[in-house]
Design a protein around this ligand. Structure first.
Ligand SMILES: *Cc1c(COP(=O)(O)O)cnc(C)c1O
Length: 452
């Protein structure tokens, strides 16, 4: 049986799909973090280059991918679509399971699909340096690579606990020439403020974003780059879903359900949005399922509200599913996906019923990853393992109902640099932890008071 569905380099999509053209209603405005009034392009110009700001609000259905960006994407694209036949057999399911494997990129995840585009537009505008935050280091590595290719300096604020516990992605970033600092740091006002309050702070994505944004705001030649959440990031990732549509066609199949894990929402959206387009424009009925950890349940337990993108309230305010901008993830959680919010576009589609969301405890997530390793041989990133859990449960449900369901998921990255998390699992050190409902309610009090 054929298991690999491969495209040639001539089949790489030449344009991105901008789902803003097909939303059930327009997205709420992005607000200034101080005035809480809608921002215009000029307000965002100190942080982002103009081309990306325009993409962020564009209503065009398609935007051409620049030739210089395609040239770099060709280092690893198109990625394979693989049928998980051995997993199907092990589960005894009549379901057909396919995965789009984004771990074949140089840094091991889907993230370079956007880092390359972002570095290109910054370089084209004459920017000299990009700053960013990173947790486990996937985004930092992807941006470091892209900056290296386009001749930009790269400054990464890495969440302190990861900086010390996950040294190898730090090495990857340094090898690409990036400057990596543990966050919170003494280098920025935001970092110093957090350290003054709590010298032992282990950091969070929200804090690291504040540091990176601050440096961009204070330096003329420096801009900031975000690896998820924003509309233009989701759009850059749609090459995944466009390729998958063609590959499923080669396999003679149509997807009944599309599944992806969700941190900020970019890998899930990258795969799912072209299927969303088929649903709304062509009457297809593919279910779109977003999977998140119980320890950071922004879609399943969060509040749909305007909130700050970062802890120090310097990043723009957007309406999203949020756990509150001062959310600090529990130390026991090993599976990544730790951002306090989710992409506004995804939050809207979720609230309007176009996207389903489920949350899983971490031990069953790692159980699923082990089953995937032992059947398909690939070690999923702990983030991607959330999707694997949901896929296995879908396949078992199809078995119970005797349905030949076609399941497609995004294997957003490999886990070769995340073996510490797997060790913790194998050594029985993981505990299931659900973020308490009261904490979400408490976060409500700190949301910005927005009057539009
Ligand atoms: C960063 C990352 C994620 C989560 O980010 P999204 O923007 O939600 O995709 C998921 N999987 C991998 C492998 C990642 O590196």
């Amino acid at each position: 049986m054929q298991t690999h569905f491969l495209l040639t380099q001539n089949d790489i999509p030449t344009r991105w799909y901008n789902a803003q053209a097909d939303l059930p209603e327009p997205l709420p405005p992005t607000l200034h973090p101080v005035t809480l009034k809608p921002v215009g392009p000029d307000d965002l110009a100190p942080i982002f280059p103009m081309e990306l700001i325009l993409q962020e609000v564009s209503q065009e259905r398609y935007i051409d991918i620049p030739a210089e960006v395609l040239e770099v994407l060709k280092l690893w694209r198109p990625t394979p679509l693989i049928r998980a036949v051995r997993l199907e057999k092990a589960l005894g399911t009549p379901a057909h399971i396919y995965y789009k494997y984004e771990g074949t990129s140089p840094t091991g995840s889907h993230k370079p699909n956007t880092s390359v585009a972002q570095a290109f537009y910054n370089k084209a505008q004459g920017v000299k340096r990009l700053t960013t935050e990173t947790g486990a280091g996937q985004w930092g590595s992807a941006l470091a690579m892209a900056c290296n290719f386009f001749g930009l300096e790269c400054k990464v604020y890495m969440v302190k606990v990861s900086y010390y516990q996950k040294p190898y992605r730090r090495s990857v970033m340094r090898l690409f020439g990036a400057d990596v600092t543990p966050s919170p740091s003494e280098e920025t006002e935001s970092g110093r403020k957090i350290l003054a309050e709590n010298p032992d702070s282990t950091g969070s994505l929200g804090i690291a974003i504040s540091e990176a944004v601050e440096v961009a705001l204070k330096n003329e030649d420096t801009k900031y780059s975000l690896g998820s959440v924003l509309n233009h990031v989701l759009m850059h990732q749609t090459v995944i879903g466009e390729e998958a549509l063609k590959q499923l066609d080669m396999a003679g199949e149509e997807a009944d359900v599309v599944i992806g894990c969700v941190g900020g929402g970019s890998n899930f959206a990258g795969l799912a949005l072209p299927f969303y387009r088929q649903n709304v424009l062509d009457g297809a009925k593919t279910r779109l399922v977003a999977v998140e950890p119980m320890a950071c349940p922004s879609m399943t337990k969060g509040i749909y509200a305007f909130d700050y993108g970062d802890t120090a309230k310097m990043a723009p305010v957007v309406k999203m599913d949020t756990l509150g901008h001062d959310f600090v993830p529990p130390g026991i959680h090993a599976g990544g996906l730790r951002y306090h919010g989710v992409s506004p576009l995804l939050a809207l589609l979720h609230r309007k019923g176009y996207v389903e969301a489920v949350a899983y405890h971490q031990i069953p997530v790692f159980d699923a990853a082990r089953q995937f390793v032992q059947t398909e041989g690939i070690i999923p990133a702990p983030e991607s393992a959330h999707a694997v859990r949901a896929v296995i449960d879908e396949a078992l449900d199809a078995k119970e109902k005797g349905e030949e369901r076609v399941i497609l998921f995004n294997l957003s990255g490999h886990g070769f640099l995340d073996m510490g998390a797997y060790d913790a699992y194998l050594d029985g050190k993981l505990e299931n932890y659900a973020y308490p409902e009261e904490m979400v309610q408490r976060a409500l009090a700190n949301l910005p008071k927005v009057e539009l």
